[in-house]
Design a protein around this ligand. Structure first.
Ligand SMILES: [Zn+2]
Length: 235
């Protein structure tokens, strides 16, 4: 074993000993059952760790991460994880959490080719195209932040429209999907006010959240009336 990974085992042994010393029975209790109230869908970025950011301990948050926190309707990995969280763990809150300074969002915005992930990030390039009138008129640094936020809002919509959430709400299960964004600069989470807790409010909540970003040709936002959730085009 090379020295670098070896030190992780040393850290691990020290951590396990400290936890057991400070809270006797910690691991025995966790072994019996996990009962997280939260599911976190976030970016794989090493700087955005669900537990540390939220002060949650092992056993308290169920996590799914991928490049740029994308939830695609045909992604069996994400959908299986969401289904397990909703139907078996019975989480009460699902948070889709993006972050400013996301390299995946930046690559999608700038059209940078980085490899196989270009195909994954195509989902975000499509969002940039769909919402171009809300993005293109902004200064470059603001474009990136806004696309990070719009990506979160869109992924909240995708989670809410999944068969898993639709079925859960249909049978009366209490579960809310939230959209947050994390600031690498200050370590703070921001709520994007796109929380959805039943099937009936999904479209209105989505539209209200997207309208937070004015179009260049809005003239005050009056023309937003034609914004539809399903439309491939935001015109
Ligand atoms: Zn990222």
């Amino acid at each position: 074993m090379t020295p670098e990974p070896k030190i992780l085992f040393e850290h691990n042994r020290a951590w396990a000993a400290r936890m057991e010393h400070e809270r006797p029975g910690f691991f025995t209790r966790l072994m019996a059952q996990q009962r997280p109230r939260y599911m976190w869908i976030g970016c794989s970025d090493s700087r955005v760790s669900a537990n540390e950011i939220t002060g949650l301990e092992p056993g308290e948050v169920f996590v799914h991460r991928n490049i740029a926190n994308v939830v695609v309707h045909s992604d069996l990995n994400a959908l299986s994880t969401i289904q397990f969280a909703v139907e078996h763990l019975k989480v009460e809150h699902i948070m889709v959490v993006g972050h400013y300074g996301c390299a995946g969002v930046r690559a999608a915005l700038q059209g940078t080719r980085i490899g196989l992930a270009d195909n994954w990030l195509r989902h975000i390039r499509d969002l940039k195209l769909r919402h171009r009138k809300r993005i293109d008129h902004l200064p470059p640094e603001q474009q990136e932040d806004v696309l990070c936020e719009i990506n979160v809002i869109e992924q909240v919509g995708n989670v809410a429209l999944s068969t898993v959430l639709q079925d859960a709400w249909e049978r009366g299960q209490k579960i809310t999907v939230h959209g947050w964004v994390y600031g690498l600069r200050d370590g703070l989470l921001k709520d994007l006010h796109v929380s959805m807790d039943d099937a009936a409010s999904v479209v209105d909540t989505f539209r209200a959240a997207i309208k937070q970003y004015p179009r260049s040709t809005d003239g005050g936002g009056a023309s937003d009336a034609d914004t539809t959730f399903d439309s491939l085009d935001d015109d």
